[in-house]
Design a protein around this ligand. Structure first.
Ligand code: GDP
Ligand code: MG
Length: 598
């Protein structure tokens, strides 16, 4: 009976089309959050999300809706990120739902991630409710957006909800559509427990807290449960729902979305995508999990203080619980000591992981420039996967190097086709197809090296198209390219953490740029520091950081004591992110030198 009144749904959209704002209105109109506690994008509760105005993590909340038919419905709403780096969060939330609101900005129309996210929802057989948002804006063009939804997605948009998440207009209509169009969950309450873990988080008191969608059976405090992937058993200490703060419940049953704590202290024993079952009456088959996701970029991560290596390992393990796409393996660098090679889904993901580690775990980190992975075939026939450029074997032993390619879809108004093609070609792109989406826009498909896309392609694309282009990409295999390894020497010593792989045609220019960038970022020290870029034994570029002429403190010797202290403090702060590499102090920015150039 209760199950008939449950509706589980996600909100999906291209970034900035208004998902989080719509979630706000829904929470407000169902009195889930008292008015005095309401703030914008209330589900974006990570500091980082609030500061940047983006959703990074999925977030599931339970709310009650009193519908026009007089009945009260239980909604589980899952807000999801829109950025391409976080689409894995989207795919996991969808597996917990029966339906999805597809939000499209009435002034922007269908964009690249609208398509990517709706494809995920269609793959999961979800009921999709189109919502045309921002109709309060004068430039809203509802008819055109309806046409795009029908032509580009193939959904009937004649009855799409027309809304302004900002003013609340049309939101009531959306709530009614959720009741009437999204199917109630099904699932036998008496069957053995099957609950899908779609997210998890580490809590110092309760251990690992699992976010689950119960598909069959029930789960309550005191139950003995078992993970189906490894048969580890636990006793449930707490179950509940987020609303949006944790609210304890006696039990969760088939159809529910909620959390489970079971004094799970050993982090490696839980895995997103695993099925929780009963230890007493275990289910025979696990639920369909998630496809494993592969990182796209890798970077070395080192604690500034070498003694913090184990703290970093622990922090990464805990963060991985809450970030299923994160991968890491230990590595050592001559220059930086002990650290990890960490795999990310993109640069935004990398940036977010670094910030979460530094804020939540109080670590100071040095990150090396991101790199893709390379498949290398040696002349003796052996094959290797290289995730760290410094590990590229000597070129004389290399037969060929393959790099990852992507299929990039760029949606852009007609006027910018020329600008986009010019940019894509400059980034080694090969034209694939171009298709008119409607009277105004085209979809251009290029095959491009991933390494060219992940760095500054998107920023360049945005600036060349006045912000109108949207981009989505997926890996499309590996291809042989003419690549070389560039090494950087500081004071005559090669610094492994600064090595990078570059296409031969760009090598000289890139070498020169990196050397100049390093010269700008490495502070003057007591002695002169030569910087050299080499390919094999050949020097392709050089520069020199001159020695200090004067002691910084000499100037204020005997002078104002507070000024002197300030100066010292400033120096100390500046030093924080320095790492001694041989005899040279190298700041964090230097390791990112390859990123800071155009
Ligand atoms: P998300 O990235 O999809 O979660 O988008 P947000 O909910 O963060 O919204 C992005 C921006 O659009 C914010 O500045 C919102 O205030 C604004 N916005 C969202 N919905 C509306 C709307 O209906 N009308 C107007 N005018 N602005 C909106
Ligand atoms: Mg958002």
């Amino acid at each position: 009976e209760r199950q008939k009144h449950i509706r589980n749904f996600s909100i999906v959209a291209h970034i900035d089309h208004g998902k989080s704002t719509l979630a706000d209105r829904i929470l407000e109109m169902t009195d889930t959050i008292p008015e005095r506690e309401m703030k914008n994008q209330v589900l974006d509760n990570m500091d980082l999300e609030r500061e940047r105005g983006i959703t990074i993590k999925l977030n599931a909340v339970e709310l009650n809706y009193q519908a026009d038919d007089g009945e009260t419905y239980i909604f589980h709403l899952i807000d999801t990120p829109g950025h391409v780096d976080f689409s894995y969060e989207v795919s996991r939330s969808l597996a917990a739902c029966e339906g999805a609101l597809l939000v499209v900005d009435a002034t922007q129309g269908v964009q690249a991630q609208t398509l990517a996210n709706v494809d995920l929802a269609i793959d999961d057989d979800l009921e999709i409710i189109p919502v045309i948002n921002k109709i309060d804006l004068p430039s809203a063009d509802v008819d055109r957006v309806k046409e795009e939804i029908e032509e580009m997605i193939g959904l009937d948009a004649s009855d799409a909800a027309l809304a302004s998440a900002k003013t609340g207009l049309g939101v009531h209509d959306i709530l009614e559509k959720i009741v009437h169009e999204i199917p109630a969950p099904t699932g036998d309450l008496d069957a053995p427990l099957k609950a899908l873990i779609f997210d998890s988080v580490y809590d110092n008191y309760r251990g690992v807290v699992l976010n689950v969608r119960v598909k069959e059976g029930t789960i309550k405090v005191g139950d003995k449960i078992q993970m189906m992937s490894n048969n580890k058993q636990y006793e449930v200490t707490e179950v509940g729902v987020m609303s949006p703060n944790a609210v304890q419940r006696d039990e969760l049953e088939a159809g529910d979305v909620g959390y489970v704590a079971a004094s799970i202290k050993n982090i490696e024993e839980t895995r997103v995508g695993d099925t929780v079952t009963s230890a007493i009456h275990p289910a025979k088959e696990p639920l369909k999990g998630y496809r494993k996701i592969n990182p796209m970029v890798y970077s070395g991560m080192y604690p500034v203080d070498n003694a913090k290596f184990n703290d970093l390992r622990e922090a990464l393990e805990k963060l991985k619980l809450n970030d299923a796409a994160l991968e890491f393996t230990p590595e050592t660098s001559k220059a930086l000591g002990f650290g990890f090679r960490v795999g990310f889904l993109g640069l935004l993901h990398m940036d977010v992981v670094q910030e979460r580690l530094e804020r939540d775990y109080d670590l100071e980190l040095i990150m090396t420039a991101p790199s893709v992975d390379y498949h290398v075939e040696l002349t003796d026939g052996t094959e290797k996967v290289i995730q760290n450029p410094s590990e590229m074997p000597d070129m004389s032993t290399v037969k060929e190097i393959q790099e990852p390619y992507v299929k990039a879809q760029i949606m852009v108004p007609n006027d910018y086709v020329g600008a986009v093609m010019e940019l894509a070609q400059a980034k080694r792109g090969e034209f694939d197809t171009m298709e008119y989406l409607d009277k105004y826009r085209v979809n251009i498909v290029y095959e491009m090296p991933l390494s060219e896309i992940i760095f500054d392609f998107f920023d360049d694309l945005k600036s060349r198209t006045k912000g109108y282009a949207s981009l989505d990409y997926e890996i499309d295999g590996y291809r042989t390219s003419d690549l070389v390894k560039m090494d950087i020497l500081l004071n005559g010593d090669p610094v492994d953490a600064l090595s990078f792989i570059v296409h031969r045609d760009f090598a000289y220019q890139r070498g020169k740029d990196v050397v100049n960038q390093l010269k700008k970022t490495i502070p003057r020290q007591q002695f002169e520091i030569p910087i050299q870029a080499t390919i094999g034994n050949k020097i392709v570029a050089r520069a020199t950081v001159k020695a200090y002429r004067k002691n910084v403190l000499a100037k204020c010797y005997g002078g104002d004591i507070t000024r002197k202290r300030k100066l010292l403090e400033k120096q100390k702060a500046g030093k924080k992110r320095m790492k001694a590499v041989g005899s040279v102090e190298v700041p964090q920015e230097a390791f990112m030198a390859i990123l800071n150039m155009n």
